[in-house]
Write a protein of this length. Sequence first.
Length: 463
Amino acid sequence: MKEPALKRTPLESWIAGKIASSGALLHPDELAAYQLQKLRETIEYASHRGPFYREKLREFAPAELKSLSDLARLPFTSCEELRDENPRFLAVSQDEISRVVTLSSSGTTGTPKRVFFTADDQQLAVDFFQCGTGNLAAPGDRVLVLLPWETPGSVGDLLAQGISRFGAVPIRHGMICGLAEALERLTAEKIRSVIGLPVQVFALARYAEAVGASLRLRSVALVSDHVPACIVAELKRLWHCEVFQHYGATEMGLGGGVDCQAHAGYHLREADLYFEIIDPESGQPSLPGEPGEVVFTTLTRRGMPLIRYRTGDFSRMLTAPCACGSLLHRLQPLKSRDSIRLGPLEAPGSPLTMAMLDEALFPVPGVIDFEATLRRGQGQSTLTIAAQSVHGLPNDDAVVPGSDAIPSPASPLEQALREALGSVDAIDCERRAGRLAVHIGVRYGVDALQPRAEKRMITEAGP
Ligand SMILES: [Zn+2]
């Protein structure tokens, strides 16, 4: 039987409309001409309106930007600059700012980054969310939003506005704490689509399975963190739904891109953002299709324009046309950015990422989340996995050796986790060399999620 044709990404006609293209389909040359013009305007605007870019771009006139490749002559903006020189990025008066987002810093200074938006900047995000909902839902569908929404202008609030504008019905829940409560909401509200952090949505699906709730949804959209392939597969299996992936960051104005029905990379929000991929060492643009660091320039932002902002994310542009038929650029899905070296203090060894652990541990039945901590010592380091499981809930008949404790001797689940860790080459290699010890603890019967950072990371503990 012939497969039904994929729906072309709704971003294409949306972007075509925004740049006043001659038709609903977008030609790459038209988009490039629009972006070049917007880059010139942004450089002009930023260098006249705020002290940071006035100083940084003083030797560059917007007219010197004759092609998109000339942008590579401009300096980058780093995360540290955004953090340390914050108010100097402002391009409007404080009165015109309607929302300030404070991002906790992963650096050592403790100074947070702050990103400022005008009301118009926020509406650009709502526009993007409205368009993105076209992938996810049909008008009238009820969409559960598992993101913070209470503060006006917060991501969940803007997303809910976009969903409403599309004609679907947002159900504002917020981040999941109690799994039973979230599941009750999902069924009582007759939800068709769910939007949330990958691990939160995954935990909800596994919890529903454990308590015998059989569900069928239209779609799920996973946002704000890297998306393990095993989580996508499990959500499809449990909820019979299509799973979309979203790429974004607060600095981008929240939305950056979203995949289409082909599920092969994010189509980008190219009327509002210009993306580059660069070699992180040399700072030179990567060749088409080559991997590197994602860098973006805002094209329509008023409150705090950013020029050549280095995201710290690593990916590459996919060069082949998308199976949905769109010629818009596509960014390959991201893996987690944090990488930690296993092995002892004096001789750091194989790199390990949270993405590797996710792909190994989440397929183990019953697991809904885990924390990973590496403690370095002389001669050997120790990796501790603190896993959480829905096995052992009151109505679950899985055999659980005690609760809320590290069972001894090893429980079947602990053994399964240990075996799964052995499939990670970096861990296997270090363990065989006697340079790594692994400790596994399991908490059973978990029915609530702890508040966690959006991006899960391996924690490094002191020796
Ligand atoms: Zn596509």
